[in-house]
Design a protein around this ligand. Structure first.
Ligand SMILES: Nc1nc2c(ncn2[C@@H]2O[C@H](COP(=O)(O)OP(=O)(O)OP(=O)(O)O)[C@@H](O)[C@H]2O)c(=O)[nH]1
Ligand SMILES: [Mg+2]
Length: 518
């Protein structure tokens, strides 16, 4: 795990307006997901969702401490240190609004040594008096869709309404399961706060599993809806588990001046934090890395999913599970396209980016052909949802975008060619002068018979130079101009340049008076 910069902090990526519309801040989200530390890496997004005023942001700050401490045993911090990071506070009015992500990814290693980027996200609490049903559903849906691990924070007990809340997603999940044979959601962890029945069921994951099994049991004569949610939940979430957390103590809940310091928190709570958080961030958990359609995705892809899902929800109504499935397929193609385009850009930047010198147009073209081929191949090989027809549309888009990028690289490369622009006429004029002098000298020593060779070279240079001038100033037959440039390059590199460098070196030797100038 890497050191975070001192400016790292919470960033609002989704804002909810007073008229209950939401706005995705693509620029800020892009800054996080395209952070240099996350580039090209697989991603894990751990989020927390649930009712308002139930200690979600507070809990996230402990996640933050764990990730910052780089696996140290004493990750939980000092006894008198205030708890900071995602904003949390006491009181009855809701605090977090929209969706908030930590500005920098954390790095973790998978058991096979591969580094992945881990992100944290806080969400607006549901069911406060200001938010609408759609708002709640939107927050919850988007969180589940983009996260690899969602912590569903609930108070006191796992109740029927908590399960009902998930019924819509279960329906979508089953649809996706039928269509693509892979479960769309990964890990759902119920986190029961203030568990009061420790005498009956112990704190921790073991107790949680007991409660969960009990609640998910299908009983005879149960209402059809209740039965459906239960049967589907385990099907469409790849992992569902539950953790029972003790009450943190009265100083935490009742004191206005409580600032999150550990010395004010009950020992039981701290002990359970030690068992909950390291387990939640276990990198050998198969569901830790975000997957869509059975493929582990990178941060670039996640960005496309975010955008597409937000566009689907923009109508202001919760879309049907079928529409969500279509959106996922669309996002899946968009993400594959983004990865291929990123590959193309990165490879081209390496060879002809802003800080690279001018390269010959033929060389640039050969580079483009090869990188383009690989980029298209990458798109074709990516697992895509939505069938061949949908993927063809996106392939065409990719082709167009790559062609546009190539034309920009060409223009940029040409603009670096100031010297090369003057090199062609300089070379030809020098050749002509040289040929003319040699022909004159030969004439003077009565060897005029072989003059025709030099006069031929003279006129050849003259014709090439005229043609070159014509192509440059008229803009016609640009490829002929490029060939002439190439020919002049060859003469320059193999003829003039070595002679010229040798002259400079010997001139320097004679000026400096020693022989070791290279
Ligand atoms: N009862 C109880 N209170 C807690 C717990 N953890 C933190 N709190 C307190 O709950 C209050 C709200 O904490 P936040 O983290 O801001 O809660 P939140 O769920 O993020 O609230 P919203 O952002 O408004 O949705 C604070 O006073 C915390 O001290 C807990 O486990 N149980
Ligand atoms: Mg909060």
């Amino acid at each position: 795990m890497h050191q975070q910069s001192p400016t790292a902090g919470p960033v609002q990526i989704v804002t909810i307006t007073p008229d209950h519309k939401f706005i995705l801040d693509e620029k800020k989200l892009k800054e996080i997901l395209y952070h240099r530390r996350a580039q090209g890496k697989k991603i894990s997004l751990v989020s927390i969702a649930g009712d308002f005023r139930k200690g979600k942001s507070f809990m996230l700050d402990f996640f933050l401490r764990y990730l910052r401490a780089k696996n140290q045993k004493e990750w939980i911090g000092k006894e008198s240190e205030p708890l900071k990071g995602f904003d949390w506070r006491g009181g009855a009015g809701r605090h977090t609004t929209g969706m908030i992500m930590w500005s920098e990814p954390f790095l973790m290693s998978l058991p096979n040594g591969e580094e992945i980027a881990v992100l944290l996200m806080d969400t607006q609490g549901t069911f406060d008096s200001n938010s609408t049903v759609f708002e709640n559903a939107f927050i919850f849906a988007l969180t589940l869709l983009v996260s690899s691990v969602t912590v569903y924070n609930i108070m006191h007990n796992l109740q029927e309404d908590n399960l009902q809340h998930l019924s819509f997603f279960a329906e979508y999940g089953v649809l996706a399961l039928d269509a693509y044979h892979t479960s769309p959601f990964q890990q759902l962890t119920f986190l029961v706060r203030d568990w009061q029945f420790e005498y009956e069921t112990p704190y921790g994951f073991h107790g949680g599993e007991e409660v969960l099994t009990n609640r998910l049991q299908i009983r005879p004569n149960q209402h059809h809806d209740l039965e459906l949610v239960r049967s589907r939940l385990r099907q469409c979430f790849r992992k569902v588990n539950c953790f029972l957390m003790p009450h943190p103590g009265l100083k935490v809940t009742n004191r206005r001046e409580f600032d999150g310091r550990l010395e004010d928190i009950e020992k039981d709570f701290k002990t359970q934090l030690h068992s909950f958080i390291p387990e939640l961030f276990r990198s050998d958990n198969a569901n830790f890395v975000k997957e869509i359609n059975g493929e582990q995705i990178t941060s670039t892809q996640l960005f496309e999913y975010f955008r597409t899902y937000c566009a689907v929800f923009a109508s202001g109504e919760l879309p049907s599970p079928k529409a969500m499935l279509e959106a996922t397929a669309e996002a899946n193609n968009l993400a594959a396209k983004a990865v291929s385009k990123e590959f193309y850009t990165r490879a081209m930047e390496q060879h002809c980016g802003g800080d690279r010198p001018y390269i010959h147009p033929n060389q640039l073209d050969a580079l483009h052909q090869e990188v383009h081929r690989q980029s298209i191949e990458k798109f074709r090989c990516a697992r895509k949802m939505g069938g061949e027809e949908m993927s063809q549309t996106y392939l065409q888009d990719l082709e167009n975008e790559l062609a546009e990028q190539y034309s920009n690289y060409k223009k940029h490369n040409d603009s670096k060619n100031v010297f090369a622009f003057s090199r062609t006429p300089t070379t030809f004029i020098s050749c002509m002068v040289l040929c003319y002098i040699i022909a004159g000298l030969l004439d003077a020593v009565w060897l005029g018979g072989i003059n025709f060779i030099f006069m031929f070279a003279f006129w050849l240079c003259f014709v090439l130079l005229s043609m070159w001038l014509y192509t440059k100033y008229s803009g016609d037959h640009a490829e002929i101009g490029e060939y002439i440039d190439y020919f002049a390059d060859v003469i320059w590199v193999h003829g003039f340049h070595p002679v010229y460098s040798r002259c400079i070196r010997s001139a320097m030797r004679s000026v400096l008076g020693h022989t070791k100038v290279e």
